[in-house]
Design a protein around this ligand. Sequence first.
Ligand SMILES: [Zn+2]
Length: 269
Amino acid sequence: MRAFFIAITVLQFLEAINTASLSAKSKGSLPETLEPEDRAVTRAIEAEIRAKTKRVACSSDEIDSPAARNGIISTKARWEDFYIYIGEEYSDKHRTLINNAAYRLSQVIPCVDFRIWRKGEKPSEDYEGTYLHVMKTGEGCWSYTGKVFEGAQNISLDNGCMSVGTIMHEMIHALGFRHEQCRPDRDDYITIYLQNVIPGKEHNFKKYSYQEVTTYNVTYDTKSLMHYDSYAFSGNEKPTMLTKTGGKIADPEELAPGDITKLKRMYNC
Ligand SMILES: [Zn+2]
C-alpha cells in the first residue's frame, strides 16, 4: 500500500514538472541544435516538390533596405547566433528542407551557432537578439543582406523556393552576401544584356563598388550559388547574362568551393 502511494506521489511530481516546462514553452522557448542532414531524404523531398511546384527565382535586390546597403563590409551585420524560427504555415517536409539547408551552412561556418525552434515552439515576444523568421509572403524568395534588424528579421521562402540550394542562397544573403554578378569585377567575366531585361528590373544587375562589397580575394565564379542564371529577369526569352566566352550560366544547386571560402573568411572560421 505504501509503495502505491509513493508511486502516485512520484507521478504527481513528474506531472508538475511537465506542466511547468510546458508553460515555460508557451511563453517562448530557446531554439535547439539542428538535426543532421540525411541527403537521401533531401533528394526525395526535393523530387516530390519539383514534380508539382514551379521554381521561383530569387528577387532579393528588389527589397533592399537602405540600412543594408553597406551592410556586408560592416561587421555589425554579422551573426554570432544564427537562430531560425520557421512559421507555422510550413509542412514537415518544408521544415526538413529548411533545417537541412541551415545544417549544410552550419558545417561550413561552425563558429556560428546555428539553432532552430522546434515545431510548435517560438521565440518569446520580448526575445532579445536577432533571429531569422522564415515565412511565406507570396512575394517569392528574398532576404535582407546581413543582420540588419533587432528581433525578428524576415526571410521569404514561398513554395517555389523549396529546394536546399535556393534556401541556402537566401540564407547566404542573410549571412551578408550579395549576388556574385554584383561584384565590382564582374565585367571581366560576364557580359550583361540590359536590352533583354524586363523593363523596370534593371536594378537587379547593379554593380557594387569595392567600398560597398568585398570579394575576400576569391576569384569570380559563374558557378557560385549566389550567381543568377543566364535568363534571370529576361523579358524576351533571350539571355540577360553570358560568360565572356559566350557560355550560358546555369542555376546552381550546390555551394561552389569559392562560396565556402568566402563564408569562412567573412566569419573567420
Ligand atoms: Zn538572391
